[in-house]
Ligand binder design. Sequence first.
Ligand code: BJ8
Length: 425
Amino acid sequence: MSGDYKNMWKNLGLDLEAHDALLEVLGTGYQDIYMSQQDRPEGMGYFDFVVSEVHGLRIKELMDEKAAGRKVIGSFCVFVPEEIVRATDATLVGLCTGADFAMDEVEKLLPRNTCSLIKSAFGFKLGKVCPYLESADMIVGENTCDGKKKSYELLNNLVPNLYVMDLPQVKSAEGRALLKAEYLRFKKAVEELTGVTIDATRLKKGIEIVNNKRKAVHRLSSLRKADPAPISGLDALLANQVFFYDDPVRFTESVNKICDELEQRIEKKEGVFPEKTPRILMSGCPMALPNWKLPCIIETSGAVIVGEESCVGERGTRNLTDNSWDTVDELMEAIVDRYFQVDCAIFTPNSDRLDHIVEMAKTYKADGVIHYGLQFCQPYLMESMPVEKALEAKNIPSLRIETDYSMEDVEQLRTRVEAFVELLK
Ligand code: BJ8
């Protein structure tokens, strides 16, 4: 970390000792997992810097924005429309949900059999170690899975500024109407928070910024079709994770720069793994920063990850918002249309997701699919069965993994992944 941020963290109410311990673990994990990779694109240096400053310089930037009168909004889900937030010059940040912290305290509040992602959100709050959460002027929860939905009732006792968005569970006309009503309510709440009225020019600008970020990620994904793979799955995942934290315009530029480099690599037939390395598509629960356990196991077991069917990946970024409309009403409709296509497992039925997984496996020339389900995540674990069947019907091998954020099962997972990779060779 390049600056001295202790005072800033203290003013945010962080527990400095616990926070130091977290940064230590994060730094060591990053060194071990990321810096040990071979032949990384030079452009990844930017993301190394972002991670090293994720609680430092980036928070300082947010504090500066706040001092200039802009607002920060925290979110746990890709259904929170960033376009609306951007239209008011506010910043949307993903809240930390990718590591275990203060679990003893968490399990006093939540049942033990709650998924790691939800527990992590509470751990970062109870342990006072998330500067994003503490700097947010509004924290948006969403009624998605039962675990999240019920946990927000408890989170409401821990934070002063929780806003809960209702979400449909069925892709029907009524479901779309609910999403539209909730996005209009959210727009009003963001306008009230920021004091900015969203007009068509502002909304179009917001859409453009977020679309550009998505387009850059689409470009990166597309380059991963090449064999040899020009970038590791771990590095591509990192870009998808930083998507939720970084300044959007700077992020877009940085990803495009990496893409320029990858295009040259592809032309020279250079890769991070040898040609014909078994190619894996990851599918399932989102992997929030710094959840790198399974990708690290896969890529140190002789395979390369070529795509993520995940909210921290293609499920979250797949579609653009149509920016060709002229009025706020039309643009809001376009936003609703865009998000209504997200095929989260909370929807029933959710056959689009099965089609997307098969399609992605083909597009990225994956030899096999690893389905990642977090322990106690009913929606994704339940859906892993039909996913397996849909892949079987297309003769695509798959492996179902159920795990959490602890490191206890690493060796067991490695044995299963290695056996799967052997099968793909
Ligand atoms: S749109 S995937 S980001 S809800 S892992 S908390 S589902 S029990 S995260 Fe998600 Fe939005 Fe859907 Fe995407 Fe519940 Fe499962 Fe835990 Fe999960």
